[in-house]
Ligand binder design. Structure first.
Ligand code: DHE
Length: 559
């Protein structure tokens, strides 16, 4: 994993800080950021050009997700010299990097991701001003755009007789690949080359295609109807990204099915609308703007979760730093109409309630869940939950006493929160805060299925190794934990992310181990009813599996 990280670090640093006309292989027109390699000097600390370039790459990979590219802070605190880092000093900053924090900062040093020399370099980098964010324009995107298999050369019906709506796309994070697995037979049928550290997959509205988005900002399009599902198009929409979704509104004549795709950029902060079948970039809209609470103008206003409404031609675009939820109408993509709703900071991940009217999103640095009434285009309510809510897409539990309950876990404390969503006096009340067995938070994902009476939760970011390796099963009626399952000892890594099969009777879990030890990585399949392990999907190709996405459940937003 380490060697790959260093390689990728170097590549991304090169993208950000190229000089003398050097070009990345992906993006021929990548512009040169002004002053990016100028020598940085603070009162006591200096970095050479080469150190600045290397430190920027390491920062980009390990820190920017939580602290922001401009280092103003988001899920994690500000890392600007004036605010904080000079006071902490090189030794103090290194201690944080080595040990992490109970609030969710990973222990990069202890995990062996950063060595002493790298932590020292990064600690010095954090005490000088950050480099500016480079531009990335529609022309840059067009230069990166490739159609590998034109639409007219793609199959008109599936080239296999597999149950493709039960396919799983599994992210092989550090291999830069996505595995397509037949959910009925558990066979790996294809490995698609997708690019650096794919973050999520989403299914097209028809389910035929998977879209992946990577930390390199690249969207790839995978065709599940091909005999061997493969990448048929790709386009890089930004330097860095986490979200992608498709147009899911049928419209009077099914006009928007497999019509558009939207990707959200972290760096630069913008969203891009592309043609869903070719990935031709069509429209770019900057998300920089005023913060929801104090009106401050923020250039770094990254796009966090994006979801697509099934009821209206709308995408819900969550702008992290400004705390604004944008409802983007895609009926006129050349000039999309946008409704901007002030909520809370910093927006991260979320999902639909069971009716598809309300979208619930974590404002994780405010310890709140925001509820947006998407049908009526307004803020519904904001709910105090716990320290750093992290729902993923959340889960919709069908509880006999309270009706539907939307569920989120928390990174910063041991709390699984159940929120009543059914209309009536109890709507938006927390009906239960569940403590899982063992101390501390670190829950990343929860999942259930309409056909199941169980909610499954991981604990991947807990400080305790045995809890990182455990998954927890909760009864949807009593809302109590009924089983704790530690993954088999032969697999060494964190148990992360859960996904049901189409029928809702199996739960798939990744064991995210080291890149150079595939035998210690696995995708485990549990029987949802008996909670027994029924399949272990392993092989040389199972390298750092993280998110898994079932075609049927993803196209219908079943969670
Ligand atoms: Fe994620 C979802 C951002 C770290 C695996 N992650 C999301 C979403 C965002 C996000 C904004 C919602 C996307 C959507 O629904 O449109 N994630 C970030 C970060 O900024 C952060 C904290 C740090 C970073 O630098 O990336 C981060 N995420 C991680 C991980 O370390 C995980 C465990 C493995 C990895 O890929 O690095 C991880 N994130 C995931 C997964 C989802 C996700 C699997 C989708 C869950 C789902 O069921 O939809």
């Amino acid at each position: 994993m380490k060697h790959y990280l260093i390689l990728v670090t170097a590549c991304i640093a090169a993208l950000f800080f190229t000089r003398c006309g050097q070009k990345s292989s992906n993006v021929e027109n990548t512009p040169e950021p002004p002053g990016a390699t100028e020598k940085a000097v603070s009162d006591e600390i200096t970095l050479t050009d080469a150190e600045m370039e290397r430190a920027s790459g390491i920062y980009f990979n390990t820190c920017a997700g939580c602290h922001g590219t401009t280092r103003k802070g988001a899920t994690g605190p500000s890392l600007l010299p004036d605010a904080r880092t000079k006071l902490l000093t090189t030794a103090g900053l290194k201690a944080f990097m080595m040990n992490g924090t109970p609030g969710g900062m990973p222990d990069w040093g202890k995990q062996g991701i950063l060595n002493d020399e790298e932590m020292d370099l990064l600690a010095r980098f954090l005490q000088v001003p950050p480099p500016p964010i480079p531009e990335y324009t529609l022309d840059n995107m067009k230069a990166s755009w490739k159609v590998l298999v034109p639409v007219e050369d793609r199959p008109t019906k599936p080239e296999h007789d597999r149950n493709w709506q039960n396919f799983f796309g599994v992210i092989l994070r550090d291999a830069g690949q996505v595995a397509i697995i037949d959910g009925d037979t558990k066979e790996m049928i294809s490995i698609a080359e997708t690019g650096f550290a794919v973050h999520i997959l989403r299914s097209s509205a028809s389910g035929r295609y998977f879209y992946s988005i990577g930390r390199d900002g690249k969207v790839t399009l995978i065709d599940n109807w091909m005999a061997k599902p493969s990448v048929v198009a790709e386009c890089k929409g930004s330097f860095d990204a986490r979200s992608v979704d498709v147009s899911k509104y049928k419209g009077p004549k099914g006009d928007f099915i497999d019509k558009y795709v939207i990707m959200g950029g972290y760096t630069p902060s913008h969203f891009v609308i592309m043609d869903a079948l070719t990935l031709e970039p069509l429209t770019v809209v900057s998300t920089s703007g005023e913060a929801c609470d104090n009106g401050e103008y923020l250039e770094e206003a990254r796009v966090a979760a994006i979801v697509a409404s099934h009821k209206d031609p709308l995408w819900v675009v969550n702008v992290k730093e400004t705390g604004m939820v944008w409802l983007v109408d895609y009926t006129n993509v050349a000039n999309p109409e946008i409704t901007k709703i002030k909520t809370a900071r910093y927006l991260h991940d979320g999902g639909w309630d069971n009716t598809g009217q309300y979208f619930l999103v974590a404002a994780n640095a405010s310890n709140k869940m925001v509820v947006v009434d998407v049908t009526n285009k307004k803020l519904e309510t904001i709910i105090e939950t716990g320290i750093k809510p992290h729902p993923g897409r959340g889960a919709n539990v069908n509880n006999k006493e309270h009706g539907n309950l939307y569920v989120t876990g928390h990174l910063g404390e041991n709390k699984i929160t159940f929120i009543a969503t059914a209309k009536g006096d109890n709507q938006w009340n927390i009906v239960k805060n569940l403590e899982l067995p063992g101390a501390g938070g670190g829950n990343l994902f929860v999942k259930t299925h309409p056909k199941s009476n169980h909610l499954w939760a991981d604990r991947a970011l807990n400080n305790e190794v045995s809890l990182q390796r455990s998954i927890f099963v909760v009864d949807n009626q009593t809302l109590e934990t009924i089983k704790t399952i530690e993954v088999p000892q032969k697999y060494q890594g964190r148990a992360v992310h859960l996904e049901y099969n189409k029928a809702g009777d199996e739960v798939w879990v990744s064991v995210w181990g080291k890149m150079d030890k595939p035998a210690e990585n696995a995708i485990l399949v549990y029987d949802d009813k008996t909670m027994e392990l029924k399949n272990e999907i392993t092989g040389d190709w199972v390298i750092t599996p993280t998110g898994k996405f079932n075609v049927f459940n993803t196209m219908h937003d079943i969670y």
